[in-house]
Write a protein that binds this ligand. Structure first.
Ligand SMILES: C[S@@+](CC[C@H](N)C(=O)[O-])C[C@H]1O[C@@H](n2cnc3c(N)ncnc32)[C@H](O)[C@@H]1O
Length: 315
């Protein structure tokens, strides 16, 4: 049978938003931009390379957990489920759930539209009887997902860590609203030795630095900006107090950047704040999920307690 590939539901005028967001963020102190703008096609590909790095334990640990507990997860999702994946990326991890849970429909949702279109084509070839309905959207905005079926949510990769706790709670609550009573499977990176965390975001091959700098190159490509990207260095310390990696691009020289008809001055040594990556304990994440209106149920962790996967039920 041919792949049941629905027309792409495109709800993200992402380029327009990027320009407005960057102009607004460069006007703040410190200068800042949301991490969601990392993800154009080049950024998504660089993220996939990060997932292969020896220092980046997150992807292989979460994948191993999914493989080990796929049967239990499939039972919780139920037969013929409709799975919606938030921030779907490469669609690699979901294949484990597709094999185990045999869902009827899969809705991969991502802001990175070109990349989503590309990876969905390969998935549809490999799963010819699965209904695949990709959604290009920003999950921080109100979501208009077609249909009103009860859904099983999948939110891997510790993308939840990119949000400050209040925003993360609000995001989980909004996701719950799209599940129509179904549960949510969330991957959450755990608090651990700061040296291990530091290494994961400061890899020896410099891929995370390229990923970080891509946001400037994207602005140059899409918005006609003139960042001297080579004059920015990647800086990603672990803030022990806040239990998060903070990612910056630091200008090594004074430079004036023009974009969207406006000019912004970077002093020598001035940072652009690009990403937070919050780490949780099992308890602190479960408390947050409860604040978002979920009942936290199963939790799976590896022996080293590096990473966790949570099954949250809608109340
Ligand atoms: C950390 S990566 C995780 C990718 C993949 N789920 C994984 O586990 O490896 C974050 C993913 O979420 C997407 N994303 C980030 N912010 C988003 C937003 N506001 N709305 C929709 N997708 C978003 C990115 O394009 C990217 O694919």
């Amino acid at each position: 049978m041919d792949a049941q590939l629905a027309r792409i539901h495109d709800a993200a005028p992402a380029v327009e938003n990027f320009g407005q967001a960057l102009v607004a963020g460069l006007g703040k102190t410190p200068k800042q931009i949301s991490a969601k703008y990392f993800y154009d096609a080049a950024g998504s590909q660089l993220f996939d390379q990060i997932c292969e790095l020896p220092e980046y334990y997150q992807t292989r640990t979460e994948t191993a957990l999914l493989n080990r507990h796929a049967g239990e997860i499939a039972a919780l999702m139920g037969p013929h489920a409709e799975i919606v994946e938030f921030g779907a990326g490469s669609l690699r991890k979901v294949r484990i759930l597709l094999e185990a849970a045999k869902p009827r429909t899969y809705l991969p949702l991502d802001i990175s539209g070109d990349y989503l279109r590309h990876v969905v084509r390969d998935l549809a070839v490999d799963y010819p009887t699965l209904q695949v309905a990709p959604v290009v959207a920003d999950f921080t905005l109100p979501l208009d997902i077609p249909g009103d079926a009860r859904r099983a949510g999948f939110f891997p990769g510790s993308t939840i860590g990119n949000f400050r706790p209040d925003a993360a709670t609000a995001l989980l609550r909004r996701m719950r609203g799209t599940l129509n009573g179904g549960g949510l499977l969330v991957g959450v990176d755990l608090v651990k030795d700061p040296a291990r965390l530091h290494a994961a975001y400061n890899d020896a091959a410099g891929i995370t630095a390229r990923f970080n700098r891509n946001i400037l190159l994207r602005a140059n490509r899409e918005l006609g900006a003139d960042f001297d990207a080579d004059a920015f260095i990647h800086y990603a310390p672990y803030n022990v107090q806040m239990q998060r990696i903070e990612m910056y691009l630091v200008s090594l020289k004074r430079q004036i950047v023009t974009l969207c008809g406006a000019q912004f001055e970077f002093a020598q040594g001035e940072p652009l704040y690009t990403e937070d990556s919050h780490k949780y304990t099992i308890e602190s994440f479960r408390e947050m999920a409860a604040r978002a209106g979920f009942t936290p149920r199963a939790v799976w962790m590896d022996e080293e307690r590096l990473f966790s996967i949570h099954w949250l039920e809608s109340r």
